[in-house]
Write a protein that binds this ligand. Structure first.
Ligand SMILES: C[S@@+](CC[C@H](N)C(=O)[O-])C[C@H]1O[C@@H](n2cnc3c(N)ncnc32)[C@H](O)[C@@H]1O
Length: 190
């Protein structure tokens, strides 16, 4: 019997980054408030957060993953939780896929590569319905984004882009909330 707890342990043992427990709590609370019917996720990994989303909403989930092994693993996860019919999995580069999506979403969980958030922002904004919510994880990226220092290390580009992502989001969304939980969360309403 698959359980979320076992899946979390598997992710940790195999160095697969999944949402932190604090972020999971915020995600569940936000889903209860928003009550989305159609959710998009960037970054499926092994299907942990996707299972959380489906189990805590009445939504259909479309989720995108670049890595074939993770995509296949997630397929088994959704099957084991009996939620496959609520999930559309897409294998490929989210940057290429999101520009071609035809449907709109009322909730987007952004959890792919952090260096791509800024580039994806206008596309994701357009994919949201009015009053739709963009829930972005890891926006403070180990505290490097919100420490006011010029980043000197190899993550410089991702950090500078995340700072711009935050500023841009404040400009385009009617409401933006920033939380320190987990690795930093932005909850933005269109
Ligand atoms: C932080 S993990 C996602 C964790 C997952 N949302 C969870 O909490 O259970 C980010 C995932 O994005 C995937 N990824 C990286 N680049 C990508 C891209 N260009 N398009 C789609 N997925 C990508 C990685 O392979 C990785 O599995």
């Amino acid at each position: 019997m698959e359980t979320l707890k076992k899946l979390r342990i598997y992710a940790k043992d195999n160095f697969i980054p999944i949402l932190q427990e604090q972020t999971e709590d915020v995600l569940i609370k936000t889903l209860k408030v928003v009550n989305p019917k159609n959710v998009l996720e960037i970054g499926t990994a092994i299907g942990y957060s996707g299972s959380i989303i489906v189990q805590n909403s009445n939504a259909h989930l479309t989720t995108i993953e670049l890595d074939k092994n993770r995509y296949e693993f997630a397929k088994t996860t959704f099957k084991n939780f009996n939620i496959s019919s609520n999930v559309t999995q897409i294998l490929g580069d989210a940057n290429e896929i999101i520009v071609n999506l035809q449907e709109k979403f009322d909730f987007i969980f952004l959890d792919g590569p952090k260096g791509q958030y800024l580039k994806q922002l206008p596309i994701l904004y357009n994919l949201l319905n009015e009053n739709g919510v963009l829930f972005a994880d890891n926006i403070y990226y180990h505290g490097w984004v919100n420490n006011n220092e010029y980043p000197k290390h190899k993550h410089r580009t991702a950090i500078l882009r995340l700072r711009k992502f935050i500023e841009e989001s404040k400009n385009i969304f009617k409401d933006c909330q920033f939380l320190n939980d987990g690795d930093g969360i932005m909850i933005a309403k269109k």
